[in-house]
Design a protein around this ligand. Structure first.
Ligand code: SAH
Ligand code: SF4
Ligand code: F3S
Length: 468
């Protein structure tokens, strides 16, 4: 049985603090910001410290076992923080679990962690105020993991200011059903937001100072939204329209699926200068048999062909990818095919994971699961290669001049940090007035995970000019 919130506490809502901890992918980062937008009219302002918060929401990820288990250990810690706050005479902290673990394990969360107050899936964020009101009336935990007929985007308030680089979700859900993946179950069917909504959100972001927009979707290039006059727009067309908006200087999109890279999107890479020359295009494996068992819908050659066409359109395009090692039945030779593909394509950044069996997905029940120590060995050898490629790319950038969006302050006085066209963090000495602007930077040093350089404006004669 839960304690009822006192009326005094309800009145105090006007000055409350909200702490959202975000796990998982960029869609969760976007959703966390949207939850904060929804709660702002109720008087909640942001804090990073759960000990300071009247409401803590964990925005969770279910993609691998480790990610999902983290939620329960974090909830245990939050329960203690809540007790300490109560002992200090502060109000009762509301604990919420949102995101993909909430969607997949809603009831189980309330059984395993009965002290949690709110459990809500990714399609329910616009109903947060209602849930809080019901919690305060009834005093019992509220669960909302329905997939509503009308999309949450229709009910969310306008997005607040987001800073120089911002995410914009344009597509959600997945119909691809890769055999290893929980996303089609946690995020539901594919849905594309209408063009007009996206353009309005992008205009508002630009008006608030956003320079770079990253379009998001679980399969962002499966985008097929309703355009004006009944037309259906693909991602390429949407990108062209976004590039027309005053103030939008840079556009990116993620995560894309090789199956949905169409001619118009490839052409957009050649024709739209604002579309940055960096693409995250997950391949998962270099083995045709494994790709088939994963239900990826393409083979390794199809991936090679897409990369060739993209690089023909945009010769300086840099690629990033996702890999899974130790998918059930993966032999040493099949793993070698992945290493060979990595050598052949060359990635400037990558994420790689040991296969993690997820309850309810077809691959979890497949015979011939690869032993954990073998998966760990394969991951280490893949990561070594990927890291070498990343370091080599960062080194190759030394001496180049590139446009950098200075989007945050650095650790040292007078330092700003930005992002290169290829998504590398770039450290540079620059006045604070340049924050939020794109500047030419001469790269002096390529480190393993970042670049450092100096402003080109200060010394324009130097360095080879390479249009990035
Ligand atoms: N929609 C994207 C991927 C979304 S999930 C795509 O199709 O490429 C992000 C990444 O997590 C995947 O690309 C995959 O590499 C990894 N992943 C997903 N499920 C996994 C699992 N069960 N075990 C290990 N890694 C997984
Ligand atoms: Fe998961 Fe595959 Fe959908 Fe990507 S395409 S979200 S890996 S099911
Ligand atoms: Fe994780 Fe859900 Fe994103 S499972 S990767 S937070 S879509």
């Amino acid at each position: 049985m839960r304690t009822r919130l006192a009326p005094r506490e309800r009145l105090a809502l006007a000055t409350r603090k909200l702490c959202i901890k975000t796990y998982g992918c960029q869609m969760n980062v976007y959703d966390s910001a949207r939850m904060a937008d929804v709660l702002a009219p109720l008087g909640y302002s942001a804090t990073d410290d759960p000990a300071d918060a009247d409401m803590v929401i964990l925005n969770t990820c279910h993609i691998r076992e480790k990610a999902a288990e983290k939620v329960f250990s974090e909830l245990g810690r939050l329960r203690q923080i809540r007790a300490a706050r109560e002992a200090r005479g502060l109000g009762r902290t509301i604990l919420g679990v949102a995101g993909c673990v909430a969607q997949a394990e809603g009831e189980e969360i309330l059984t395993r962690a009965p002290f949690v107050d709110l459990v809500l899936g990714p399609q329910a964020y616009h109903r947060l105020p209602e849930m809080i009101a019901r919690l305060s009336r009834a005093g019992t935990a509220q669960l909302d993991t329905d997939f509503p007929a009308d999309p949450k985007f229709d009910h969310l308030p306008p997005a607040g200011e987001r800073g120089p680089a911002a995410f914009l979700s344009i597509q959600e859900g997945c119909d691809k059903f890769c055999t290893f993946c929980v996303v089609p179950y946690t995020r539901g069917a594919e849905y594309s937001r209408p063009v007009a909504d996206i353009l309005a959100e992008a205009r508002a972001l630009a008006a608030g100072g956003t320079v770079e927009i990253t379009l998001l979707g679980q399969n962002v290039n499966a985008y097929h939204g309703a355009g004006p006059a009944g037309a259906t727009w693909g991602l390429g067309r949407l990108i062209r329209a976004l590039a027309e908006i005053d103030g939008v200087e840079r556009i990116r999109y993620t995560t894309s699926h090789p199956r949905d890279v169409d001619d118009d999107l490839i052409a957009a890479h050649a024709e739209v200068p604002a579309l940055m020359p960096f693409l995250h295009l997950p391949v998962q494996s270099g083995s045709d048999r494994i790709l088939k068992a994963m239900n990826r819908g393409h083979d390794a050659d199809a991936y090679r062909r897409i990369v060739d066409r993209l690089k023909t359109a945009r010769p300086d395009l840099a690629l990033s990818s996702d890999f899974i090692v130790g998918f059930p039945g993966e032999t040493a030779a099949e793993f070698q095919a992945t290493l060979d593909l990595v050598d052949e394509i060359g990635f400037v950044q990558a994420y790689s994971f040991m296969y993690s069996p997820r309850p309810g997905t077809p691959a979890a029940g497949m015979a011939a699961q690869v032993p954990a120590d073998e998966k760990a060995r394969r991951l280490a050898s893949l990561q070594e290669r990927l890291r070498d490629q990343q370091i080599a790319f960062n080194r190759r950038c030394e001496g180049l001049e590139m446009d950098v969006l200075l989007d945050r302050t650095g650790k040292w006085p007078g330092q700003l940090v930005g992002r290169s066209p290829f998504m590398q963090p770039v450290h540079v000495q620059a006045p604070g007035t340049m924050l939020g602007t794109v500047r030419r930077v001469i790269v002096e040093q390529g480190q393993p995970n970042s670049l450092s350089g100096r402003l080109a404006d200060a010394d324009p004669a130097q360095a080879a000019r390479v249009r990035a």
